[in-house]
Design a protein around this ligand. Structure first.
Ligand SMILES: Cc1ncc(COP(=O)(O)O)c(C=O)c1O
Length: 360
């Protein structure tokens, strides 16, 4: 793949340099974080952690308090939880297990990081194509079957935003040696938790669920995620990996966020309300713009498709300091596609107005 094509959104340092502007001038709709600053209370927790010497001391390399807090949050055993340096780290270790089981099935288009992780261990994989004509039904059944014994699922799917039904993924557990389910965006989706595979982890040793706190709390810089799987598997990962993959501040923030039930309840309800109101509104507005087709999504990003290349639209949006996700790195998409993450009403209006003006 051409190395100039971005494989992730949200690289605002590089984009600001390229466009000759300050980072603060950019409206970033290329990464799919919620469009609010992280919760204020989180800053207080981080400050407390600084006062408690989290900067000076090594973190507990077992992250026991964090494991306990995450386990209590989900009602599972702490031994079934492994915190990581973002979901990305746990994707790397999942790939280490995947290669032991054979060839992986990846979904096209899909999140590029699974390929990165498999390549890191020289693993083999094939792609199964996702039909590019989905409905707004949510949840929907997975419209593909794996032809190998390992499958990687993203729920909801990135970049399409489709929410898969738990029942349709559960079926895969009976036919695959390993199912890796990345639920990085699931907590953002209203009623999404009812499709989570976490309740199935206890009875299915061939399941790895990966979660991230990045998107929900807008804390991409902190690097905080966790895996839920069998205690045996997670102990092995722990023995392979660096002794302290999460820094002390991330660990303290994670403990506080998972223990503070009021905060997570209020915050999640705010995010669900925003998504339920703003999401369908944005989708309808995008659908009305001639020259592009908008696709429905259960979560906080939307794919749009042009009859022709949308690269000019992307670069004209960039000139207006708006970043959207270039889709050329997604298999089966290409330069006719862009992904736009949902913003606050004011910024959604800014994006819509810019698209309309440019396409006129
Ligand atoms: C589907 C998916 N999983 C995982 C990640 C990485 O999450 P984290 O920031 O926790 O490493 C991303 C980031 O874009 C993602 O889109």
């Amino acid at each position: 793949m051409n190395s100039n094509i971005p494989i992730h959104g949200g690289n605002i340092t590089e984009e600001a340099r390229r466009l000759g502007v300050k980072q603060s001038q950019l409206l970033d709709a290329s990464a799919s974080l919620v469009p609010f600053p992280p919760p204020k209370r989180l800053r207080r927790y981080l400050f407390q952690a600084l006062l408690n010497n989290s900067l000076r001391n090594y973190p507990d390399c077992n992250y026991q308090n964090l494991r306990n807090a995450i386990a209590a949050f989900h009602g599972i055993e702490p031994s079934m939880v492994l915190p990581g340096n973002g979901a990305a780290e746990l994707i790397t270790w999942s790939a280490r297990n995947a290669i032991e089981k054979g060839v992986s099935t990846l979904v096209a288009p899909g999140f590029h990081d699974y390929e990165r992780a498999l390549n890191c261990w020289e693993g083999k994989y094939i792609y199964v194509n996702l039909p590019l004509n989905w409905s707004c039904l949510s949840p929907q059944d997975i419209p593909f079957s794996p032809s190998t014994n390992v499958i990687w699922i993203t729920n909801p799917h990135n970049p399409t935003g489709q929410l898969w039904s738990r029942a349709s993924i559960e079926r895969l557990l009976t036919i695959c040696d390993l199912v890796i389910c990345d639920e990085a965006f699931l907590s953002l989706v209203p009623h999404g938790e009812s499709q989570s595979l976490i309740p199935l982890a206890k009875d299915n040793e061939n399941l790895i669920v990966i979660r991230s706190l990045t998107k929900l709390f807008a804390i991409a810089g902190l690097r905080l995620g966790y895996a839920i799987s069998s205690a045996k598997r997670l102990q092995q990962w722990q023995s392979w990996r660096d002794p302290w993959p999460l820094n002390g501040l991330a660990s303290a923030a994670g403990i506080a966020l998972m223990r503070d039930k009021d905060l997570s309840k209020q915050w999640t309800s705010k995010i669900h309300k925003w998504l339920q109101k703003e999401g369908p509104w944005m989708y309808n507005k995008l659908e009305m713009i001639s020259g592009i087709k908008a696709y429905p999504s259960s979560t906080n990003f939307y794919l749009i498709e042009g009859k022709e290349s949308l690269l000019n639209l992307q670069s004209d949006l960039n000139k207006r300091n708006i970043l959207v996700r270039d889709c050329r790195s997604f298999h089966n998409l290409g330069e006719n596609w862009l992904r736009i993450s949902l913003q606050t009403k004011k910024n959604n209006l800014r994006i819509l107005s810019a698209i309309k003006t440019i396409l006129k």
